[in-house]
Design a protein around this ligand. Structure first.
Ligand code: 13P
Length: 617
């Protein structure tokens, strides 16, 4: 017995109108947008082709019937008989699909109506909700209740961004589904998930590429998805293995034409040809390689990473000392100076942004994230939410883990590919304590884990604060201790060190200490501490400037680099030592912007030069 399938979906009547460019008068408005007055009567416009076919649920019915399944559309007498879709007494809604060159525009003149559902008298083996279905919360509840009572009936759910479904309304069904097919990645992807992209189908560690070639204009995205989804589903319902199901779907979408999908026997002959191939892939490995590749790009030789991510509080302090109004416009204009500095991509591989900046726009209307990306620079984001005191001490831990996975997903979708999290350790007679070190390193490791899960490269930044009264020996001791703890915690969380960057302080005496460390000693001690406490597999180390003077940060960097080679890439990721001269030149007045850019560029050039490690004192 072939499985019984009850389809829930809407039947549409798709009218394809292929416009003939040569004989239609497009009017162009002042924004160079072309407009066409459409009457839909065929007399005022010339079409290369006008085709009207059934679409939506009729495609699922056709494919499944041609696969030999006993399929019907819920609440309708629709059948597919002798190669014909019989739509007598079936409610259909019109869709117009206007094709011009390679573009297709969809017009739905009437509101999509809710799909019909009535509990079936004969229990189906499968309920198949296709991408044409319009399901509200009540309907989702009724279908869910039916499934609860008939738990042998399985559910396949097809979701499309071009369809009418509102995902929020069908979440309970999504959780219950035995098979989910979608053209977009879903949060909390279910186990049996089939992803249908514009050029490939992915399921069970296998991928099959497909293409419509020249029939693009007459086969809409939705009808391709419906054909692919019903084919994969039909094959799996018949007990075919996953690879074969993907191949049958590819053959069906490539060989079919409108209202004429192919039957199973022909498709089986088709896929016997080795032109139809399945490629195996490992998602975790691919994800790893994406972040590993981004890490390599962030550490490309001879350049640094700009930290333009000062929080609201830090910017406020900076602006206050110079009497610059601390409003959104001034903060945006200040950041804009750095991002619009000519040849920026010659000096930096990445820029770390603060949340507010990531949402602001450049002069050309693009978001800063896009604007940076378009220059070939990787946008990053500070994701910690600042420091908080421990209950019983004056030491601090860094907050921001709550909701971090969701925020990282949002930042990834915005275009950010790396993140930063800073933990700060002040040196006093009683700190940093074991507890502060342990807690902050655990938090850093959890953050790194969340980043790598979201395909974002983590920069882990434990900073021994320079602003203190302590000798270099204490910096050697504490920096080493913190790094040991940090890498133990990262190992515990199985962080991929090839996709992770350490941002750290240089090893030097505190700013208030009576004797300042010479660049030669900073170079020697820093190189020594890092070699002793940082695993070789780590991708890279970048330095913060930590309140050193602009020249000091450059001289010390040069001195460190004169101790190369290192097992990791080493470079700079300064905020203050790159930006302060520009802030002083800008003074809050955009008339000084060019001078500010020049001052910034001088620091970029000097620090990139220091990376060569030549002529160190
Ligand atoms: P500074 O270079 O000003 O120390 O800033 C670097 C940084 O990113 C601190 O988190």
């Amino acid at each position: 017995m072939q499985p019984n399938v009850l389809i829930i979906g809407n039947v549409t009547k798709d009218v394809y109108l292929r416009l003939d460019n040569r004989s239609n008068n497009f009017e162009e408005d002042s924004h160079h947008v072309k407009w066409l007055d459409l009457a839909f009567n065929g007399s005022t416009h010339e079409y290369f082709r006008r085709v009207s076919v059934y679409g939506g649920a009729s495609i699922s019915l056709e494919v499944l019937t041609r696969f030999g399944l006993n399929a019907s559309i819920s609440g309708t007498p629709a059948t597919f008989l002798d190669g014909q879709f019989i739509a007598k007494d079936v409610k259909t809604t019109y869709r117009y699909i206007l094709c011009q060159d390679d573009n297709a525009v969809y017009l739905n003149p009437s509101e999509a109506t809710e799909s019909t559902w009535s509990a079936p008298t004969k229990r189906p083996d499968w309920i198949y909700i296709d991408a044409s279905a319009v399901i509200n919360q009540r309907l989702a509840g009724e279908i869910g209740a039916y499934l609860d009572l008939n738990n042998e009936t399985r559910l396949c759910l097809v979701i499309s961004k071009d369809g009418e479904q509102d995902i929020a309304k069908i979440i309970p069904l999504l959780k219950r589904a035995n098979l989910v097919i979608s053209d977009r990645e879903l949060k909390n992807t279910p186990d049996n998930f089939i992803l249908v992209r514009d050029n490939y189908i992915e399921y069970d560690g296998q991928r099959v590429f497909w293409s419509l070639n020249d029939k693009k204009d007459l086969f809409t995205k939705l009808s391709s998805l419906l054909t692919i989804a019903a084919s994969v589903f039909g094959a799996l319902a018949l007990g075919k293995d996953s690879g074969e199901a993907l191949l049958l779907a590819r053959a069906n979408v490539e060989k079919s034409s409108l209202n004429n999908t192919t039957n199973l026997a022909n498709l089986e002959r088709e896929i016997a040809d080795d032109y139809y191939r399945v490629e195996r892939f490992d998602k975790a490995e691919e994800a790893a390689s994406e972040i590993e590749q981004n890490t390599k790009k962030l550490l490309a030789e001879g350049k640094g990473i700009l930290a333009a991510d000062e929080s609201g509080g830090s910017i406020h302090k900076k602006f206050e000392t110079m009497n610059i109004p601390d409003d959104e416009q001034h903060r945006r204009d200040y950041r804009n100076i750095f991002f619009t500095t000519p040849d920026l991509s010659k000096y930096v591989n990445g820029i770390i942004l603060f949340d507010e900046t990531a949402r602001q726009t450049a002069d050309d209307g693009k978001t800063f994230v896009e604007f940076i990306k378009d220059q070939g620079i990787i946008p990053g984001i500070k994701v910690d939410q600042g420091l908080e005191s421990f209950k019983d001490s004056d030491e601090k831990f860094t907050k921001g883990l709550a909701g971090l996975p969701e925020r990282l997903t949002e930042y990834y979708n915005m275009g950010a590919r790396f993140a930063k999290w800073r933990a700060a350790f002040e040196v006093t007679d009683h700190s940093p304590s074991e507890n502060a070190i342990q807690t902050n390193c655990e938090i850093l490791a959890q953050y790194a884990h969340d980043c790598q899960t979201a395909n974002i490269v983590p920069i882990v930044e434990p900073e021994l604060v320079y602003d203190g009264d302590y000798p270099i020996e204490l910096s050697v001791e504490y920096t080493g201790k913190i790094l040991d703890r940090l890498f133990a915690e990262l190992a515990q969380k199985q962080i991929n060190l090839k996709a992770c960057i350490l941002k750290t302080n240089m090893v030097l005496a505190g700013k208030k200490y009576k004797e300042q460390t010479s660049p030669a000693d900073v170079g020697r001690y820093t190189a020594q501490v890092l070699r002793q406490h940082v695993p070789d597999e780590l991708a890279g180390i970048v330095f913060l400037s930590g309140g050193q003077t602009v020249e000091q940060a450059t001289d010390n960097l040069r001195a460190i680099m004169s101790n190369a080679p290192f097992p990791w890439t080493v470079t700079f990721s300064y905020a203050r030592a790159l930006q302060d001269p520009a802030l002083n030149a800008w003074k809050g007045d955009n008339a000084n912007a060019d001078r500010a850019r020049q001052a910034f560029k001088e620091r970029l050039i000097a620090n990139c030069d220091a990376l060569k490690g030549e002529n160190a004192d």
